[in-house]
Design a protein around this ligand. Sequence first.
Ligand SMILES: Cc1cc2nc3c(=O)[nH]c(=O)nc-3n(C[C@H](O)[C@H](O)[C@H](O)COP(=O)(O)OP(=O)(O)OC[C@H]3O[C@@H](n4cnc5c(N)ncnc54)[C@H](O)[C@@H]3O)c2cc1C
Length: 518
Amino acid sequence: MLRQKKKSFLILRSAHTAGCVSETVELPVTTMPTACNYHHLLSSTFVIQIPNKFTKHHSITVFKSPATNIFNPILGCSKKSSMDGPKKTSRRSPRKYGSSRKSVLRKTFKQEQVTFTAPISDDPVVAIIGGGMSGLLCALQLEKRGVRSTVFDTGIHGLGGRLGTRMIDPSMIFDHAAQFFTVSNPLFSELVDEWSHKGYVRESVGVIGELEAGGDFFPFPPSPPRYIAVNGMRTLADSLLSQSSMVNVVRPCWISSIEAYNGMWHLSENGKLRGQFDAIVIAHNGKCANKLLSTSGLPLVARQMKRLDLSSIWALLAAFEEPLPLPPKAIGLPFEGAFVKGIDAVSWIGNNTQKLSNSQKAGPHCWTVFSTASFGKRHKVPQENIPNATAEKVKELMLAGVENALGLQSASLQRPIYTRVQLWGAALPTNSPGIPCIFDPLGRAGICGDWLLGSNLEAAALSGISLGNHTADYLKSGGSRPDEFAVGLHDEFQVLEGHDIGQFPGLESNKTPVQIGA
Ligand SMILES: Cc1cc2nc3c(=O)[nH]c(=O)nc-3n(C[C@H](O)[C@H](O)[C@H](O)COP(=O)(O)OP(=O)(O)OC[C@H]3O[C@@H](n4cnc5c(N)ncnc54)[C@H](O)[C@@H]3O)c2cc1C
């Protein structure tokens, strides 16, 4: 039903469609041309009444949904229709609705809950949106439980998300997000043993520690062990699905709309249908997930996602011809990296060459440098469109930070032969509900990701496994007892402690001298 509300909004309400009740969306009249943004609603049946006032500017058109091939009426956005009379030009920007934070919030909180009532198929398929650690382990757990899935991921070079590696050429490899991981949970420990057996990961044999401004280095003890993927972190993501037979991967693919119709979730990428599924898993977070959920018909899931706060971190990848001079207390050690204290532009420096080849081989020497979260926030720009001046400034500040951390004289650091700066705009969670996963049984939708439990790969893995199990249990229950399966829809968030690049339980400096190799 479409009705006018206080002359400023139109409410689109879909009629019941078989198997589900869809959502209500308010469209501000002033920006009606952007009704096209609501193409995800096209598969629902709308009864539309247009108030006279609007017929001057907007027409009803019958629109063929690109996603579902079903004809439905929506508010068209032609500038001139048969009812238009003389063409009128609007001074308002046609883009505003649908992109601002305010409008995303409004959509999030006004939407109605989708309720699936159709029976679940005997051979259900789950869509997993996000192919990072959590999405991949969710898919593998579903497979273990006999449930098929399709993983959609935006990655152009590969799966993995923040488990990312950039290979510039075979001699220049940089892990540009996760550097290593630690293990504290017995279930994760079992999994990591299995990965070690298969040769996907190994214990890192180098030394890391804490580095204070001016070059004072405090190495960490060798325990707890740190793990790295053998040829860069992304290779772990690539290997995880190598033996799976029930997981389909679609990449690169950016899912831009999810719509509930006829008892199934329909996923599309810019209007192109990417498949229909019995249940969905959101295995990513940040702005993109908020936008996707804002008109999904999953208000409780969307509200939890919106509570999440994320830091921003700059990454500098820098290759040097010669090895960098190490601080006195690190000389002679297989120095792989350090958490940096007291320097705003740098929170971590890591030597990829040492880590991956376990030696200071002939150059280039590839270093990954991360900023602090406060530096990231202060220098935040749109990550997909970094102005050159900002990139240059950030690079110079971070190189100066490296110089300071290593205790070198000002302007004495050798110039890198290769650099690249990148902003992780949604880097790490700063708060968490502390639950393994979220699941909405009415909407047959779940969320997994690091932020549900913490801020590291272990948290992401455990969350994915948990949601895989929970979703499989729900699907196997036939969906008849939804109340038993609601999880995490109302949990409060707590602030997360840890390093700027995540939590590493047991890995703290006690600043007392440590005998390496003793
Ligand atoms: C700079 C940095 C350093 C870090 N260092 C460490 C470390 O040393 N050790 C450690 O344990 N952890 C570290 N972390 C944290 C760790 O990387 C994350 O906790 C973990 O990788 C998160 O996995 P995830 O599956 O939850 O999310 P992600 O890895 O973010 O996966 C989400 C995926 O979803 C995709 N996606 C998003 N939207 C869509 C869409 N609409 N359609 C399709 N696909 C979509 C994304 O492209 C991405 O591939 C670091 C993180 C950062 C940013």
